[in-house]
Design a protein around this ligand. Structure first.
Ligand code: FAD
Length: 516
């Protein structure tokens, strides 16, 4: 017999099976010796009360052994199957490729950047010398923007597909099984590259293809039907189905579509700054204690406030993290954040952004590039204010709110360096003012948050795509081009690793309908 119960476990003992058996037995009012095994189904930290505890949903096996699930996937050989071209090897592209194989289709993945190993050198150049390789950076390359990320694996949207299926695919490729039970699963930048490599091996071993350092420069369309893609080398690849999963930073792809008279539309997004605190300030606020101690992980926060009719919210919070320079061109500053699996850096950062509606930005709403140009202008202004080499403009939090230049900046994790600048020089007044109003309110919600020990670093501008590539809700094909499947974050259908992966899976399933 299997019973399910909830237990409350002190920090530090959440992995100890004997403790879990004892607590489960007490909760079910049975003898511990009648339990043959326990399986944790869900686990979360509850820091609402004075004492921080782990809450766990556990399955209790009585007089019955527990058979652990084995997470391996057997892929069929698709070397000689019908090809599906997948442009982009981010989470959307990779999960589309793996799903194609499961459906008996051959994925041909075309990726402008390098494989994870070679990509690392370009990231070192960005961090140490402020040099951006436009084809290989924090956004472009194997695994896409998801590789050197925090690897947070939760999504607000669970309606789009099976989150568990995606998590199990990660486990089958080497992720720790804890991601299946943690309420806020996370992998970390140090572990993601091996997992992405294992996914590549699955694709190649099954007879799929992955072309690195290969940029798609045109779509081949005949009489409204997809026929393949043209590469920067001039070479052509043919297929009746193309999944376009190029991410939100491939501005040349939006230009390419527009140039080919394939409909794209401007869309709202959010923009602001990355805010970094010493991690211990966040721990003190969230865990109500002087020191977190060894038994609790670095804590996170999630803040949101409506200011003058627009949402101001924290986004992509990275406990124990690093602020990353995520520009894809040489003359712009774009920041984001990542953390290693242990989240053991002394800082906590999050994007803190203001929702931007179409009417907030001057210009014609029918201009598909209206929001993108706005994003680009602010990124360029941040670059100029920083003075080059990816040095980012920064301001202390209270100085920002009270409207003065910071005399100096606190120690922070942004490797190319920060320069004291009044951020109102970069941000439009209507974004600046809303952030100014929101930060003291966040300080009231979270003790210690509103402090001059925190730094605001500009700009957090790639929160989601400023362009949408439309598609039919049922067939997932572009309304003008049969066989073109706009996919993932760049096309406007995802906002994070999990949702991009799910969208990749959905697009692969949709290709089968036109290829079979
Ligand atoms: P991308 O991951 O952007 O992949 C697109 C790929 O297409 C790229 O590899 C690019 O090189 C390729 N490409 C573009 N143009 C072409 C072309 N013309 N030809 C060939 N290839 C092309 N999300 C989370 O859920 N959790 C996190 O913790 C998290 N942390 C992040 C940290 C950082 C530093 C960054 C930058 C992002 C983070 N994100 C996080 C966001 C997440 O990475 C993205 O939402 C996700 O990667 C989007 O997936 P995608 O496949 O749609 O696009």
């Amino acid at each position: 017999m299997i019973k399910e119960t909830e237990i409350v476990c002190p920090p530090g003992q959440q992995e100890d099976e004997s403790v879990i058996i004892r607590l489960a037995a007490a909760s079910l009012n049975i003898q511990p010796k009648s339990i043959s095994a326990v399986k944790i189904v869900k686990r979360s930290i509850d820091a609402r009360g004075r004492k921080v505890v782990y809450r766990m949903q556990v399955q209790v096996f009585l007089d019955q052994p527990y058979q652990p699930e084995i997470f391996t996937i057997k892929y069929p050989n698709v070397q000689f199957s019908r090809p599906v071209i997948i442009v982009g090897a981010g989470p959307a592209g990779l999960f589309a490729a793996l799903q194609c194989i499961q459906l008996g289709l051959k994925p041909v993945v075309v990726e402008r950047g390098k494989d994870v190993k070679q990509r690392r050198r370009d990231l070192a150049n960005i961090n140490k010398q402020g040099l951006v390789n436009t084809e290989s950076n924090y956004c472009f390359g194997e695994g896409g923007a998801g590789t050197y990320s925090d690897g947070k694996l939760y999504t607000r949207s669970t309606k789009r597909g099976d989150v568990n299926q995606v998590l199990k695919m990660f486990v089958a490729h080497g992720a720790d099984e804890s991601i299946l039970i943690d309420a806020r699963p996370h992998i970390g930048t140090n572990k993601l590259p091996q997992i992405i490599t294992a996914m590549r091996e699955s694709v190649l071993n099954a007879g799929g293809e992955i072309l690195f350092d290969t940029r798609v420069t045109a779509l081949l369309v005949e009489f409204g039907k997809m026929k393949g893609v043209k590469l920067a080398t001039g070479e052509k690849l043919t297929s009746d189905a193309v999944i376009l999963a190029t991410g939100h930073s491939a501005r040349d792809v939006f230009e390419m579509l527009h140039h080919q008279n394939i409909l794209i539309e401007a869309k709202p997004f959010a923009l602001g700054v990355r805010i970094e605190h010493p991690q211990e300030i966040i721990d003190r606020a969230q865990y109500h204690c002087e020191h977190r101690g060894p038994d609790l992980p670095p804590s996170y926060y999630n803040l949101v406030e409506q200011v003058d009719d627009r949402g101001v919210f924290s986004f992509c919070m990275c406990p124990g993290g690093i602020i990353a320079p995520c520009a894809t061109e040489a003359n712009e500053i774009v920041v984001n954040g990542w953390s290693p699996s242990k989240r053991n850096n002394p800082f906590a950062n999050s994007g803190t952004v203001v929702q931007i509606n179409m009417e907030d930005v001057p210009g014609d709403n029918n201009d598909p590039f209206k929001m993108l140009r706005f994003q680009q202008q602010i990124e360029h202004a941040a670059f100029l204010a920083g003075g080059g080499k990816l040095v980012a403009p920064g301001q202390r939090m209270v100085d920002f709110v009270e409207g003065r230049l910071s005399n100096d900046l606190p120690a922070n994790s942004y490797l190319p360096g920060t320069r004291s600048v009044e951020l109102k020089e970069i941000l439009p007044l209507w974004i600046h003012k809303r952030l100014q109003k929101a930060l003291p309110v966040f300080g009231k919600k979270m003790k210690g948050y509103y402090t001059n020990e925190a730094i605001l670093v500009g700009v957090e501008s790639r929160t989601s795509s400023p362009v949408k590539v439309p598609r039919d809700k049922e067939t997932l094909q572009h309304p003008q081009v049969a066989g073109l499947f706009p996919c993932g974050e760049g096309a406007g259908y995802a906002g994070g690793i999990i949702s991009a992966a799910i969208d990749g899976i959905n697009c692969a399933l949709a290709t089968l309908k036109i290829l079979s």
